[in-house]
Design a protein around this ligand. Structure first.
Ligand code: FEO
Length: 398
């Protein structure tokens, strides 16, 4: 990537991964991603904020060459995950005099994950100030967005804060700052859903801290470590406030899998009946859907109805996988129901209900009526689905 000027004497030396399509061997990346890093050239010291993902190390080092960075005094590592710190060993080989600055937890992790020698790393905290001449580095230790080591680095003279993953988006773009708000909103929401949603309490806290800094005239640029930077911080802070608020929206999602269309018929019936009631509902066929889209829908949904057939004497593994992911993401869901089809005996439906719910212990959701059919849904099944629709409607129409 080209080296781009962020502010006077602050440069983005980020690497853009236009082609990457999977993160952590789990998260789909429809728009690629970037690993943002920055060089701060103050009057007396030069600082590198974060590095890059190991496969992009050469490109990253050539960015530093392009900027003629001959000496680095400090390397700030805001978060140890290797998409940001992975190039650090090579950077330290090239700049052996640089001192690494990190939170105490990040220091510990850099030593165990990357074998960075202890004496190379200085632990910083909320009281640390590093004088660089005409600029100052200060730090906000901000654990659990999304690791215990995460911190933000703030330069008061430039009113810029480097927030590592917080407010990021997996979006490869040539825009240094947000210019296409619709595209960034969708990408940032997807990123929030996949990475930040399990840590909603911390997200709320840091969102308010940054919003207060904006109100007090102390913050003009938020620079996360993925995707474009925000030169209108309210855009992302308002979105974060909405996504992390206590109350979900009145929306229903139906993640489901069907083998011979018995569960499929039940899902179609439910979807149509909820639509007729004016309730926003989205079915997700788990054999077709992008898991990220399901995650995004969980940011707003109040109600989840999981649908599946019995296979191999238990709930279909695709539904178990989805339930496991939903449980890990800890969405704001308030109501849950299970529907599906079984093969031989009514106890199989009851067992599937119990088994699938055992995969979502993190959800603080009220269980609504579950509905199961032996083979194809019958008139009696549809009557029970009508009752479920009434129950869902009572919870979702104010
Ligand atoms: Fe982008 Fe948690 O690393």
């Amino acid at each position: 990537m080209a080296v781009l000027k962020v502010k006077d004497n602050i440069f983005a030396v980020s690497t853009i991964d236009w082609d990457r399509r999977l993160f952590d061997q789990l998260i789909p990346l429809p728009h690629g991603t970037s690993y943002n890093a920055f060089v701060i050239r103050a009057s007396e010291k030069t600082v590198l904020v974060d590095t890059s993902y190991p496969p992009r190390t050469e490109e990253f080092l050539s960015n530093l060459e392009e900027l003629n960075v001959e000496k680095i005094d400090y390397i700030v590592i805001n978060h140890c995950e290797q998409d940001h710190s992975g190039a650090l060993p090579k950077v330290l080989e090239k700049y052996p005099d640089a001192q690494v600055l990190a939170s105490a937890k990040c220091k510990e992790l850099l030593m165990s994950h990357l074998w960075i020698p202890e004496e190379k790393i200085t632990a910083v905290d909320n009281t640390t100030q590093i004088q660089l001449g005409d600029k100052t580095l200060t730090f906000m230790i901000s654990p659990w967005v999304h690791w215990p080591d995460t911190m933000f680095t703030y330069v008061p003279e430039d009113k810029i804060i480097f927030t590592t993953d917080f407010t990021g988006s997996h979006l490869a773009t040539s825009d240094l700052f947000v210019r296409d708000e619709c595209l960034v909103y969708e990408s940032a929401k997807r990123y929030y859903a996949e990475i930040m949603m399990p840590f909603r309490a911390q997200v709320k806290k840091y969102t308010e801290q940054l919003a207060n800094m904006v109100k007090e005239g102390k913050l003009e640029i938020i620079a996360p470590s993925h995707g474009p930077l925000y030169d209108k911080p309210e855009f992302i802070l308002d979105a974060y406030r909405d996504w992390s608020a206590d109350e979900p929206k009145k929306e229903v999602i139906i993640p489901y899998v069907s083998m011979y269309n018995s569960t499929g018929k039940m899902v179609d019936y439910l979807t149509n009946k909820l639509m007729e009631k004016g309730i926003k509902v989205t079915p997700f066929n788990l054999t077709q859907t992008d898991l990220g889209e399901l995650a995004v829908s969980l940011v707003d949904a109040s109600t989840m109805i999981v649908g599946m057939p019995m296979v191999l004497m238990g709930p279909h593994p695709a539904a178990v996988y989805a339930a496991t992911i939903v449980n890990a993401l800890r969405p704001r869901l308030k109501y849950v129901s299970v529907i599906g089809s079984y093969g031989w005996a009514v106890q199989q439906g009851e067992k599937m209900d119990e088994q699938i719910k055992a995969f979502i212990p993190n959800l603080k959701a009220e269980c609504l009526t579950s509905v199961f059919a032996k083979g194809l849904p019958t008139e009696e099944t549809f009557k029970k689905l009508d009752m479920l629709v009434e129950e869902v409607a009572a919870k979702n129409i104010s």
